[in-house]
Design a binder for this molecule. Structure first.
Ligand code: GLA
Length: 389
């Protein structure tokens, strides 16, 4: 423990896992279900309650400078991209709910790759929130907390959906969870024992609070506009939701409406959303049935749609996906917001070493990163949600 942070070693620890989204990408903000699972890697915060409203943060990685702020309903942000903004986000949203909230001294550690599409940022928000709640002996019911923190994270300027906070708080070990929105609920499905999800980082940082932010935020706006125009075209109410639209008409009819009502770009965004929306329940059924080949095909279709219609992929993600498939994965796709970050590939347990070896030789070695393959590639273990230890 850093002597600068604590007089005595802290007695409490909040832990929040990262997540890998298996399928249902860029549709949570459209209110459509998604299917992520939590990782065993994550963020840990050792903390000690303070008697005042100050909060002192030290990061075990010294490239992240220490930070101090006072808890309040309006916390001034650190400069854009500063890591402490995720902790400030949690503190501000909780301070609005609990006006007397006191602060903590906190030491933050993480074994999650940062800006890799694995939700290190939301893991920090959630771990910080749990630390503050615990230190103040107050609670928020889980589903409410998930929604509160999703809304709170918008403090950093990203118009994200609610997937990350929900799975980080609500995951069950051994399972992926379908997350439905409005109302929020989680439905776990056991991951078959002989399936392995290989996660591989593209070596390209996808900084959602930085350069990728504008490109990310543009997508929810486009989806909204497309939905309104298609609904009007089909004689539906302009404020109909995506789930209601999908329930009301077959996908073909929706796509036909889109072709008539939308520009080329909006039609492709819309096609991604509605086709991805149909893949999620199919993937959930494939997982429940242990149908690896079917799940793999859905991953492939999802990647193609994200690459061509939604335009959130990157040449290095496409390459990783291609190599994973060639090495025997049943399917692969980019995971998370895209614009860099990671892929997730599915294979049977006995194929996993071959997939990892192929990525090492054909992706990381040519980029001078073969020695660090153990950090860049790992097998995702479906893990439990966040907790205070
Ligand atoms: C980010 C957001 C999520 C979700 C994904 C894309 O992780 O935080 O809400 O939109 O991108 O699926």
């Amino acid at each position: 423990m850093s002597p600068r942070t604590f007089d005595a070693p802290p007695s409490r620890m909040a832990r929040a896992p990262g997540r890998v989204n298996l399928i249902g990408e860029h549709i949570d903000y459209c209110g459509l279900p998604v299917l992520p699972m939590a990782l065993s890697r994550g963020v840990r915060i050792a903390f000690e309650p303070r008697a005042d409203r100050g909060t002192r943060l030290v990061n075990a990685e010294t490239r992240f400078a220490p930070s101090f702020f006072t808890i309040d309903a309006e916390i001034p942000p650190a400069p854009a991209g500063d890591w402490s903004n995720y902790a400030r986000a949690a503190a501000q949203v909780l301070a609005r709910r609990f006006p007397d909230l006191r602060g903590v001294d906190a030491l933050v550690q993480s074994d999650l790759p940062i800006a890799a599409g694995l939700s290190s940022s939301s893991a920090l928000v959630v771990a910080m929130a749990l630390a503050l709640l615990h230190a103040n002996r107050v609670t928020v019911p889980p589903l409410e907390l998930m929604e509160l923190l999703a809304q709170g994270e918008r403090y950093v300027g990203t118009a994200g959906g609610g997937m990350d906070q929900a799975i980080i708080l609500g995951a069950r070990a051994g399972c992926a969870s379908r997350i439905d929105f409005h109302p929020l609920r989680l439905t776990p499905t056991a991951v078959p024992a002989d399936w392995r999800f290989v996660v591989a980082w593209s070596l390209v940082h996808a900084e959602k609070s930085g350069a990728a932010r504008l490109a990310y935020n543009e997508r929810p706006r486009q989806c909204d506009e497309a939905r309104r125009l298609v609904a009007t075209r089909l004689g539906r109410r302009a404020d109909i939701t995506y789930p209601a639209l999908l329930a009301a008409a077959p996908v073909e009819e929706l796509l036909e409406g889109a072709a008539q009502a939308l520009s080329d770009v909006l039609a492709r965004r819309f096609r991604h959303v509605v086709t991805e929306g149909t893949r999620v329940p199919q993937a959930e059924a494939a997982m429940a049935a242990g149908d690896l080949a079917a799940f793999g095909r859905l991953l492939d279709a999802s990647h193609q749609s994200l690459r061509d219609d939604y335009e959130v992929s990157h040449a290095d993600l496409d390459r990783l996906v291609e190599l994973a498939r060639e090495a025997g994965a049943a399917g692969a796709r980019l995971t998370g917001a895209g614009f860099g970050g990671s892929i997730v590939a599915l294979c049977r347990v006995e194929r996993a070493p071959g997939v990892v070896a192929a990525l090492r030789e054909r992706f990381y070695a040519p980029r001078g990163a073969a020695d660090d393959v153990g950090r860049h590639v790992f097998l995702a273990e479906p893990s439990a949600g966040a907790e205070v230890l």
